[in-house]
Ligand binder design. Structure first.
Ligand SMILES: [Zn+2]
Ligand SMILES: [Zn+2]
Length: 237
């Protein structure tokens, strides 16, 4: 059995991140996780990367900390995969997680600097990736419309449990995924500090070797989600 964290942030790339790649790798090892997807804040999110850079340079700078972490992880015998958390430009504070799209493909498209959800969604799908709504129904000062949902046809799934969301928001998300069985339902720790790494994870029977395989596992629903007390108990087994 393999365990992967699907949503976390590092301090070099997310302005709100409070953990280095060294700390992330150590936390994964200590908690006996097989790996994690790094989903730092991107252009329309709380990125730590200089947004005045030309698009290509911005994306390459964004990827840098991930590449550094991936090398450390390899030496330590855990896996880091590349992901993105991007803000929805036309709906302030709402965010999506993107899996299975290489940084080089994003860097090659200057028009993504002006993206809205329909554009982003089309791009991600054309790349064979998946686009998943992060922390639905989150109610915080920076989110304009906490209770509205993006058009269902523009997303492939939702994070029905986010460890940083309130129980009320997670309850609404769980109801939403039950009403949309066609969507992929995932869990995310949204870890910004090492203590939160492993608050949620997925278990798979197959090792996830790369981002393409991650997408395949997600699309085929070949994973089980763990969160809350059950996740904590499982990590102690
Ligand atoms: Zn953040
Ligand atoms: Zn996040």
């Amino acid at each position: 059995m393999y365990r992967y964290e699907l949503h976390l942030h590092s301090s070099a790339c997310s302005r709100c991140g409070r953990q280095t790649m060294e700390e992330i790798v150590t936390a994964l090892k200590e908690k006996h996780l097989s790996g994690a997807v790094i989903t730092n804040h991107f252009y329309y999110g709380n990125t730590a990367i200089d947004k005045t850079l030309p698009w290509h340079d911005f994306v390459m700078a964004y990827q840098e900390d991930y590449l550094y972490g991936a090398r450390l992880a390899k030496e330590a015998g855990v896996k880091l995969l590349f992901g993105v958390e991007e803000g929805i430009s036309e709906d302030r504070g709402k965010e999506v997680l993107i899996y299975g799209v290489p940084a080089a493909e994003i860097a090659a498209r200057d028009e993504l600097r002006l993206s809205n959800l329909p554009m982003l969604s089309e791009f991600v799908r054309s790349q064979g990736g998946v686009i998943i709504q992060a922390h639905p129904f989150r109610d915080r000062f920076y989110i304009e419309n906490p209770n509205t949902q993006p058009r269902a046809e523009l997303i492939d799934g939702i994070e029905f449990y986010n460890a940083q969301n309130t129980p009320e928001a997670n309850e609404k998300s769980l109801l939403y995924i039950k009403e949309h069985p066609e969507m992929i339902g995932i869990v995310g720790s949204d870890a910004h500090v090492p203590q939160n790494v492993g608050d949620t994870f997925i278990e798979t029977s197959q090792e996830i070797a790369d981002e393409n395989m991650l997408v395949k596992v997600l699309k085929e629903r070949k994973f089980t989600c763990f969160w809350g007390e059950e996740a904590a108990a499982r990590l102690k087994e």
